[in-house]
Design a binder for this molecule. Structure first.
Ligand code: GLC
Length: 745
């Protein structure tokens, strides 16, 4: 209504002649495609070439002569990156670009709450809007195929259905600000090791069932206006201009009309970039280019070399016109939408969003006894131990690194929350990474500590011994090999000898809580010696307030794991079957290539541990609450899936504890007999419900045929084979509450 009202107002305001005089491409009353065609026919060849490649680190030139604005991009998926120099990665040292740092996307996935996706997207999009950016380079929805991937913290876990449900509202939220998302890294960028030369070898069924669904949901349901191609190859061709991924699937099968943007430096030649479905080239380091050279951008593969190729007849203008149409569409949807809201930066609403999402995403993995929530009637002395209790984490991790006005560390948050109600004593415990700087942004903290590990341990034990409860904040820290772009983890083990320290602390005081701050799973050999364990993510500005709120019980944890917490790499298909990091080979152009056959196929995450009857430390979908829930027996409205292809399964859930809580009810589907090897079960539904003490609610799932289907390579389509199925209601991948058999006729 608002847009219509405004359009009418404009129409009334503008005298008819003036409105008629507006060229079509500038007239917002005209249909988008008419505006695109009108702009296209007014552009010179040189202008068409200019608009499809960068003019600076993060901008493309638009068409100044026609008043078509520049297109400004910015990282990242968890907050708006601080401004860099025109042509450098280094800081521009602006003073107006401190942002809200929202929780990592794995935390968002761990909320299992699409409303949090919407809140997240709307909030971060408003900050990008306020900074006058048209494209936010996120979200990332690559799959958590291995716990070692350095960027798992930027993605939404191991399950395609969960990632699909969580990415759509994020996309819609961002784009409601007139800012485009740039869904990345399409596709199969599931590791950082050899990220420019990895060549995943994946069969179609695995591709369509595991690695495409979240991207497809973002493109088709979310209506994302731009995608980012990955660095890696796929079946021998670079992903950023891969004819299969970009032309056949994204723009063909999914009928997507957006613009494909390369990853920064992902373009390596002109010919395939022209024909492989790439629409905008950014960040290239092409031959004969010295980074930062003033004429760098003319040498881009889609710049002068492409222009020359058109002029000498090597290329027709057809591909160029399609690229230009997509860039114009992106521009009209963003920079040229005069009705866009104005956004906001570090508002109270955004700070609250950061905390709300964090509180919904923290996962209570274990809570034996009654350590949590902390009861200040009983607890008078709290030992806080670990570097991650004091280390700022909004800086670091690669391109998603941010500059913030403030960050509340866990220790600060606890002190603010507890005040003088109890004594808090801090001990460092270990020294991990005392630095705090990325691309010129510094935390300002000096975490240097000259003491030896022995001294640090001795101090920690001393502090722990005399406390009523010990809170150990450990985990990773977004430095190299510790959840950081460009590097994978080298092992699943906690770094800096934390395992030994945790064992020592457990011996010193059994009332130990481990708060693991990381974006990926870690090995927990001490899991049975630690009564309470929290999986806390990188939680942004409000880290300390969020964790204090959970630890003190102001918020009741309700997150569940978006990935399997393997006990070791042996439980992960990619490693067990020798499919990581692949084998070094030679590519078509004689370059180094790491062939990486995805031997595990569709058996990723719980699909692998189910099949091989493995017991992970904690299963996919696991998360506890400070209250308890009881499930009734699930029932179905029929024993067969009826003609119109739906079946309804219902289950009641009751809060049997003494405080309000949220439960995530999960629906898995099991195909009892198929012509292909299928996982034991697959997530096909979930609902997060809030229950007051004693309250009972009925949850209903309507299952459609798609939920029963697998991707048939021969038919190149989804197939649901008649036969026996089971609808499985569960609280996690191993906590099965009930099974309802049914038949597909
Ligand atoms: C980086 C990342 C990508 C980021 C881009 C711009 O290398 O792979 O996620 O958006 O370059 O910084």
């Amino acid at each position: 209504m608002k847009k219509l009202a405004l359009a009418v107002a404009l129409a009334v305001a503008l005298p008819l002649t003036a409105q008629q005089e507006l060229p079509v491409y500038l007239n917002e009353q005209k249909p988008l495609e008419e505006r695109v065609e009108d702009a296209l026919k007014r552009m010179t060849l040189r202008e068409k070439i200019n608009i499809i490649h960068a003019q600076s680190k993060f901008s493309a030139p638009g068409v100044p002569r026609l008043g078509i604005p520049e297109l400004w991009c910015t990282d990242g998926p968890m907050g708006v990156r601080p401004e860099v120099m025109w042509d450098e990665w280094e800081q521009a040292k602006w003073t107006n670009d401190s942002c809200t740092a929202f929780p990592s996307l794995t935390c968002l996935a761990a909320t299992w709450n699409p409303e949090m996706g919407q809140l997240y997207g709307k909030s971060i999009g408003a900050e990008a809007r306020f900074r006058n950016k048209s494209v936010l380079l996120g979200p990332g929805v690559n799959i958590y195929r291995t716990p070692l991937c350095g960027r798992n913290f930027e993605y939404m876990g191991e399950d395609p259905y969960l990632a699909s449900r969580m990415v759509v509202p994020y996309v819609q939220g961002v784009q409601s600000n007139g800012v485009s998302v740039c869904v990345k890294h399409f596709a199969l960028n599931n590791n950082e090791i050899n990220r420019h030369t990895s060549n995943p070898i994946v069969d179609d069924r695995t591709l369509y069932e595991i690695y495409l669904p979240a991207f497809k949901a973002a493109a088709v349901e979310g209506k994302a206006w731009s995608f980012m191609g990955g660095y890696n190859l796929f079946r021998g061709e670079h992903a950023s201009y891969n004819p299969i991924l970009m032309n056949q699937i994204l723009k063909g099968e999914w009928k997507w009309d957006g613009a494909v943007i390369s990853d920064w430096g992902a373009v390596h030649d002109t010919k395939t970039a022209v024909s492989g479905g790439l629409d905008m080239e950014f960040g290239s380091w092409t031959d004969g280019l010295s980074e930062g050279a003033s004429n760098a951008y003319d040498n881009y593969w889609l710049a002068t070399p492409y222009l020359k190729g058109i002029q000498d007849g090597t290329y027709s203008e057809d591909e160029l016109n399609d690229k230009v149409r997509r860039v114009l569409r992106l521009t009209f949807r963003t920079a040229m939408d005069r009705n866009r809201p104005w956004g906001a930066m570090v508002s109270d609403a955004h700070k609250q969003a950061c905390k709300t999402i964090g509180e919904e995403g923290v996962v209570l993995l274990r809570n034996e006894g009654s350590l949590l929530p902390i009861d200040l009637n009983k607890v008078k002395k709290i030992a806080v131990i670990g570097e991650n209790a004091i280390k700022m984490m909004t800086v670091g991790g690669g391109s998603s690194s941010l500059k913030v006005k403030y960050e509340v560390t866990p220790l600060q948050g606890l002190k603010a929350r507890i005040g003088n109600q109890a004594e808090i004593v801090y001990a460092r415990g270990y020294v991990g990474d005392p630095t705090g700087e990325y691309n010129g942004v510094k935390t300002g903290q000096d975490l240097n500590d000259p003491r030896s590990a022995e001294e640090l341990t001795a101090e920690a034990v001393e502090v722990a011994k005399h406390a009523d409860i010990v809170l150990f904040f450990g985990g990773l820290n977004k430095s190299d090999h510790q959840d950081c772009e460009g590097t994978d983890r080298l092992t699943m083990d906690l770094p800096y000898n934390q395992n030994a320290l945790i064992e020592t602390l457990a011996a010193a005081n059994p009332n130990l809580v481990v708060i693991n701050i990381s974006g990926t799973g870690v090995a927990m050999p001490w899991v049975n010696k630690v009564p309470s364990i929290l999986q806390a993510w990188y939680l942004g500005n409000e880290t300390g307030n969020t964790l204090a709120s959970i630890l003190m019980g102001d918020a009741n944890p309700s997150g569940k794991l978006p990935y399997t917490y393997y006990a070791s790499l042996e439980q992960c298909g990619a490693h067990k079957l020798g499919a990581y990091p692949g084998t070094k080979g030679v590519g078509a152009l004689g370059e180094e290539v790491w062939d990486m056959p995805y031997n595990e196929g569709v058996f990723v995450g719980y699909r692998f541990t189910d099949k091989n009857k493995l017991k992970p430390t904690f299963p996919f979908g696991h998360g506890l609450s400070y209250t308890t829930f009881e499930y009734g027996k699930p029932t179905a409205n029929s024993k067969t899936m009826n003609a119109d292809g739906t079946l309804t399964v219902k289950v009641t859930v009751k809060n049997t504890g003494n405080r309000t809580g949220k439960e995530i009810v999960q629906l898995y589907i099991a195909d009892k007999k198929a012509s292909v090897a299928r996982p034991v079960k697959e997530l096909k539904g979930f609902q997060k419900i809030t229950l007051a003490p004693g309250e009972e609610k009925e949850v209903s799932f309507t299952i459609c045929k798609q939920a029963l289907s697998f991707f048939d390579e021969a038919k190149h389509d989804w197939v649901a084979e008649p036969g026996k199925f089971e609808a499985i209601i569960a609280a996690s991948a191993t906590d099965i509450k009930g099974v309802v058999p049914f038949t597909l006729e």
